[in-house]
Design a protein around this ligand. Sequence first.
Ligand SMILES: C[S@@+](CC[C@H](N)C(=O)[O-])C[C@H]1O[C@@H](n2cnc3c(N)ncnc32)[C@H](O)[C@@H]1O
Length: 300
Amino acid sequence: MNERTNSQISVAETVSLRELLMETTTRFRGGGIDGAEREARWILEEVTGLSASEFVLAASQFATVGHVARLDQLVARRLAGEPIQYVMGHWPFRGLDLMVDPRVLIPRPETEQLVDLALDEADRALGSNPGRAADLGTGSGAIALALAVERPNLRVTATDQSEDALACARANCAGVGRPATRVSLRQGSWYDALESSERHSFDLLVSNPPYIPSTDVVTRSVVEWEPEEALFAGPLGITDLEVLIVGATNWLRPSGSLCLELDPRQANWARDLALNSGFAEAEVVLDLAGQQRFVIARRG
Ligand SMILES: C[S@@+](CC[C@H](N)C(=O)[O-])C[C@H]1O[C@@H](n2cnc3c(N)ncnc32)[C@H](O)[C@@H]1O
């Protein structure tokens, strides 16, 4: 007879991984977590170190003390409202497995699409010739590392104002291995992180800057857990975008491009500002949900 409380399992009893999964799902449902079963499965896989298919095969095996103790810790964090990505401690981004914690923004699916657009721009300007890219406001290093992994011809400078974020990006560089030897990290505010000798040397500038208007009402878990400096940018959300757009042509080569993620309300303004700031072309690109999510500006 099981004598399980909501958060503890008595040391005397044994419990299978399947039972733990069912129990965790129930606890998550009780905590009002959407996708309770999916998240419970992720956490069980994390705790046991098993892949999804291995977990299915091992489901009738008994959990160890270590599994149960770790599970209880992670479940308590999730039930306290911490995003599942931070609880897991890592999250996929374009095939990379990135370490994430509250020092950095959780990489979003839209930003995976920004990388696609940036790769198209790099290919257009460079073909397979060597070139340089900068990921401004790199956070976890997601964009910079994806560019480096997916295009061996690119050297990438990844900047952030936050030393904490750069420490996380540094760890992710180590996790990625050899392609990350083409990524260099720099601390500083936007273009201040670059050296004056690097003017007009970049083929590609990419950024997913803070762009939420400070007056917007934002989901509680985002405001409570993700770094404020990664989110908000003045009353209209455009203070950082403005610096990035106005300064970009000083750093790009004549054939270079600027690729930005932004809020749909800012898209037409950003495109027009790019056209007034020395870019020959600028276009708004929709995300997969049909929102005006990106601006691509080309010098040549
Ligand atoms: C929206 S997050 C994007 C993080 C990452 N690039 C991604 O897409 O997941 C914005 C990033 O810009 C950084 N940031 C904010 N203000 C900055 C500034 N003035 N100069 C450089 N980076 C800044 C934040 O620390 C944060 O890492």
